[in-house]
Write a protein that binds this ligand. Sequence first.
Ligand SMILES: N[C@@H](CCC(=O)N[C@@H](CS)C(=O)NCC(=O)O)C(=O)O
Length: 289
Amino acid sequence: MPNVGMICQPLYGPLSKKVGMPQKFCLPPVAYPSRSFGLNSALRPRFVPPQDNPDMTHLSDFPITQKWPAQHPDRIQLYSLPTPNGVKVSIMLEETGLSYEPHLVSFETSDQLSPEFLSLSPNNKIPAILDPNGPEGEPLALFESGAILIYLAEKTGKLMPQDAAGRYETIQWLMFQMGGIGPMFGQVGFFHKFAGKEYEDKRPRDRYVAESKRLLGVLNQRLAGRTWLMGDTYTIADIATFPWVRNLIGFYEAGALVEINNFPNVTRALETFVARPAVAKGLGIPKRG
Ligand SMILES: N[C@@H](CCC(=O)N[C@@H](CS)C(=O)NCC(=O)O)C(=O)O
């Protein structure tokens, strides 16, 4: 590694004095590989082809399989419900053609709070997966839809650009959905359609509606002259985003409230999205009981 010296950052504010830290802290420089590090590089997790991995069916060590037994332990196990977060993963699985076995996690019977589900998804939220054939051929359990989408994209080499810059840009829009669109639209649902609609004080509802409109404006601008968030390339960022737009207008019945007609690029992309066969199929998986 070339000696470029230490990287020093000044520490600001009274905290640095209070905790007795030096006014500057220094780190050795990080050596980044000079070549590009897209999905094709050595940093990509190594996946073993299923036919070369006879040991991959040992799912019984995972307590979740006691409540939801695997009929096909060689397939990816999906624990979900067709909500906007849940369908991201069923749509992704349909789009990639991976074989999987869906299991319904019913909120009516509080399945998400069962010890078996919590053993895999400690935040008691769907979706979650268990892949018998994860990196290095070992089983991999995952929760958080964004993490699952990235994982499945890397596993298959699909729905994510192969070049490093395109990959990070896709992740950027994925995070925009995870941190903005999902949480804000969800609050609109609560205050407009569910328990929060009884609240006399409309300020919380109006705050989330205003923020959702702002986010729709950002999406609309990004989609101007682009078919998808990444241009001509359909990616996991679209799979994360459009189920939420569909839900806002459909299930939450908030289309008029957010003045969805002001965002024609968003509605046009939504129409293209729902017309995809894999999307139409994934939207209904797992089947509700
Ligand atoms: N950030 C999480 C959010 C998942 C989430 O909120 N899931 C909801 C359904 S859409 C859930 O499982 N709710 C059950 C509960 O809160 O008890 C993700 O994207 O996976």
